[in-house]
Design a protein around this ligand. Structure first.
Ligand SMILES: Nc1ncnc2c1ncn2[C@@H]1O[C@H](COP(=O)(O)OP(=O)(O)O)[C@@H](O)[C@H]1O
Ligand code: SF4
Ligand SMILES: [Mg+2]
Length: 336
């Protein structure tokens, strides 16, 4: 068994809510006390990403997907936990130490309109990281690399002097991907990279990402809310709810035998030809905001199977006989 490319354990991230000083005072048991609320965006996330695989992360808006991506990329520090790249710990690096990993790990963002600098031509956008990470290359060699890279993502090299606004959304996302690929990374974190694109263009960008993965043995952490994309693209799937992973499984196992009540509800919303369950399971209630660290199961307020134990203790991830892992008391107790 090869070492996972990325290993994450006990990852937590709390943001302090920037309430005004006046709003921080609360009446508690007859006394006025100052209290600053924290939003617990990640609450003990454990994950591995293997070399050459696509780990898809799914879950409703606000469950912590983007925070997970940003913490892994070192764009924001975790509150607790550890992140390893192969056998090297990377969550506490300073800028200089992180340089090597900046090259190995790249990110593609949701919105290609915002993530490309509007004042830089495509040539400038691509030549900057290539020159930075390869100071030995001549200008001619850089030009050559840009030409090959652009053609490989289906953008004509003759348009390299154009600015982002001169391209369509799909073209811009392919340029973003070219920029990520320009430094020859092993690992790409893609945070909803298709959701700003027309449906017809989404498949092109997705196919391009899959081709590049095969060519370069890339690993992806791919965040999406589109379950059709997950089924098509993912090697394994992590289902998140309120800052926790509640189910982790290979794609076929997850779609064929979803076990966590939340996963079952998510999947039952997609119409399937071979489905035996006629009615989608409706999720009742809103996703709560994770202001207080939850006691018990994070899904308790919306779960039809919740019992007393679910309100008192938080379910741990338990390995199942089909190699999936599920955090649910009802699954553990065999009542689901
Ligand atoms: N910079 C921030 N400051 C305060 N709260 C934040 C910040 N970023 C995210 N959050 C909160 O953390 C939670 C998770 O957000 P996010 O990671 O963006 O979720 P997702 O990408 O799954 O929609 C949300 O409740 C969000 O409001
Ligand atoms: S632990 Fe309890 S509340 Fe949480 S998903 Fe399982 S049954 Fe529902
Ligand atoms: Mg997000």
């Amino acid at each position: 068994m090869t070492t996972p490319l990325i290993q994450i354990s006990g990852l937590e991230k709390a943001f302090s809510t920037d309430e005004s000083w006046l709003n921080q005072w609360r009446l508690q048991q007859g006394k006025i006390k100052r209290r600053k609320d924290n939003v617990h965006a990640l609450n003990g996330v454990n994950l591995t990403i293997n070399q050459g695989e696509t780990l898809c992360v799914v879950g409703e808006t606000g469950c912590g997907k983007s925070t997970l991506a940003r913490v892994i990329m070192g764009l924001t520090p975790p509150s607790a936990g550890e992140i390893y790249y192969l056998d090297q710990r990377i969550d506490q690096l300073n800028d200089k130490e992180r340089m090597f990993f900046r090259r190995r790990m790249q990110m593609v963002f949701q919105n290609p309109y915002a993530s490309l600098n509007p004042r830089m031509t495509v040539y400038q956008t691509l030549s900057e990281p290539i020159a930075f990470h390869n100071p030995q290359l001549s200008r001619y060699e850089i030009d050559e690399q840009i030409e090959v890279l652009l053609e490989s993502v289906g953008i004509s090299a003759t348009s390299s002097d154009h600015y982002p606004h001169e391209f369509s959304g799909g073209q811009r996302q392919r340029i973003s991907l070219a920029r990520a690929l320009s430094v020859e990374p092993d690992f790409i974190v893609a945070d909803e990279p298709l959701s700003a694109l027309d449906v017809s263009v989404q498949a092109q960008v997705l196919n391009l990402m899959m081709d590049k993965q095969e060519e370069r043995n890339l690993s992806y952490l791919f965040i999406t809310h589109d379950l059709a994309v997950v089924e098509h693209f993912a090697t394994r799937v992590a289902v998140m709810y309120l800052g926790r992973v509640c189910e982790l499984a290979s794609t076929t196992t997850l779609f064929d035998y979803p076990k966590h009540p939340y996963t079952q509800a998510l999947l039952s919303a997609i119409p399937r030809l071979d489905s035996n369950t006629a009615q989608p399971i409706r999720l009742i209630g809103e996703v709560p905001t994770p202001i207080e660290k939850p006691i018990g199961c994070v899904f308790q307020a919306r779960c039809p199977y919740a019992n007393q134990r679910c309100y008192e203790s938080s379910p741990k991830m338990i390995l199942q006989s089909d190699a999936s892992s599920v955090a649910c008391h009802a699954v553990e107790e065999g009542r689901l």
